[in-house]
Design a protein around this ligand. Structure first.
Ligand code: TRP
Length: 449
């Protein structure tokens, strides 16, 4: 077996932690988590979500990284070589293909929303130089969505930033980007939580987020929570598998993974504690905020607080950074695969980015030209999210759990997890073999019914 990846390697354990946390912490934590909580009854959703992270997310995250590090190639090539080596059906390589397709679909809408963060960052930058204030955030948001040319422009800019990093490669691109961006992100969020506390509504927000109202828990809450658990940990589409392929062999996977998951969950909860006090303070209902939640509520606070403009600039700049360090992990697996098929890294990255950008037109038009198109009670963007996040990611995760739990040879597992106690290994494998498949299958059946 080879010891290094042909795409490059993380220079240290810290570099991997930053990159994996960079992938995990993104729009999912700061944009999606608060509005999903808002739409699904607060505490009820949060508890189910935390359970999904712990019982399903963590074991699958370990499995993905382990498979990646064993193969040291893009997901498709890695899975193909493991099936050959193990003598099982080549069909398992399909996990890699599902992953690539899911990644393309997710990046297509992710980049559009990433574009919103750039646009809002720009609005606040302009205000520093006398630009118009955002006095009616709802109207600003609505008029942005109504303008396809504007959305396309920022979507292109965001995709350009993503492809710029991925084209530079693992060490010169990905690793260099996350090294100072991630600490800066964490710090800004902390400041925002502190501001949230000064509104006097922190307790109310915390109660709403953490006190479950069980009457609100229905099948839909489970589907959303499971989808979000996969989305926020970047699971089910082999992004973490790809990052695992660049992980040095002497790093403990379970310990590293625990750090990444704790950071990711902390950021999501902090985002909730930063956003909901402000929402409540301004008399907005925390319920049913939808995807516009942070774009229509936070600007109200930025408008009245001292230094609010600088604050708004910092917030949206950092939201962009969070999205950026995630979107590179959405583009990397497909790029690595094309490189293995003989393309240059630059060419491969640009080709995939163009494809995702073009698919993003569906999301852009779902707010304006095609807003009348509704399927299964959703607009086009909602439909892509449903298919990719709520169905493909769990299906991918389910297959990864089965593959690692039942198919992978014991010696591969033990080599990759060297040093973990016997009970830990047994527990992990039982979760992968039995609990994860059952839970995910139950949720999927619900989603499809
Ligand atoms: N985890 C990121 C977020 O929370 C999004 C993301 C990046 C992702 N890579 C992924 C989601 C791979 C699913 C699969 O914003």
């Amino acid at each position: 077996m080879e010891k290094t990846s042909l795409h490059g390697m993380w220079s240290s354990r810290m570099a991997f932690i930053l990159a994996a946390t960079g992938s995990a912490v993104g729009l999912g934590n700061i944009w999606r988590f608060p509005y999903l909580a808002s739409d699904n009854g607060g505490g009820a959703f949060v508890l189910v979500y935390l359970a999904c992270i712990f019982f399903v997310g963590l074991p699958v995250l370990i499995a993905e990284i382990l498979i990646g590090r064993h193969g040291r190639r893009s997901p498709i090539t890695t899975l193909a070589s493991i099936t050959r080596e193990t003598g099982v059906s080549k069909g398992w390589t399909g996990i890699g293909w599902i992953g690539i397709v899911a990644g393309v679909l997710i990046l297509s809408f992710y980049s559009v929303v990433g574009g919103w963060t750039l646009r809002y960052g720009w609005l606040y930058l302009a205000q520093l130089f006398g630009g118009a204030h955002i006095t009616d955030p709802g109207a600003v948001f609505t008029s942005m969505l109504a303008n396809p040319a504007e959305l396309l422009f920022w979507h292109a800019l965001f995709m350009g930033a993503t492809v710029g990093v991925v084209a530079l490669g693992v060490e010169k691109g990905l690793e260099r980007a996350v090294r100072f961006l991630m600490p800066a992100l964490f710090l800004t969020l902390l400041l925002l939580v502190l501001y949230g506390a000064t509104t006097g509504h922190l307790g109310q927000a915390a109660a709403w987020l953490f006190r479950p109202d069980w009457s609100k828990v229905d099948a839909g809450v489970f589907v959303a929570a499971m989808g979000q658990a996969f989305f926020t940990l970047s699971l089910g589409m082999c992004a973490m598998m790809t990052y695992g392929a660049y992980l040095p062999g002497n790093v403990s996977i379970p310990r590293t993974v625990a750090i990444v998951a704790v950071c990711d969950t902390t950021v999501a909860l902090m985002a909730g504690l930063a956003i909901f006090p402000i929402v409540i303070a301004f008399g907005i209902s925390p319920e049913g905020g939808g995807p516009g939640l942070i774009f229509t509520s936070l600007p109200l606070a930025f408008e009245v607080m001292t230094g609010g403009i600088v604050y708004g600039l910092a917030f949206f700049a950092l939201l962009f950074v969070a999205a950026w360090t995630s979107s590179i992990s959405l583009l990397e697996p497909a790029t690595a695969y094309l490189v293995e098929r003989g393309r240059s890294r630059k060419g491969a990255a640009i080709l995939m980015a163009l494809l995702c950008w073009a698919l993003g037109l569906l999301t852009v038009f779902s707010f304006n030209l095609l807003s009348h198109v509704r399927l299964l009670d959703r607009d086009l963007m909602g439909l892509i999210e449903l298919v990719a996040n709520d169905i493909m990611l769990p299906v991918g995760g389910l297959l990864i759990a089965l593959f690692a739990g039942w198919v992978l040879k014991d010696n591969i597992l033990r080599e990759q997890l060297a040093g973990i106690p016997a009970w830990g290994f047994a527990l992990w494998r039982w979760l992968l073999r039995v609990l994860c498949p059952l839970l995910v299958a139950a949720v999927l059946i619900n989603a499809l019914l």
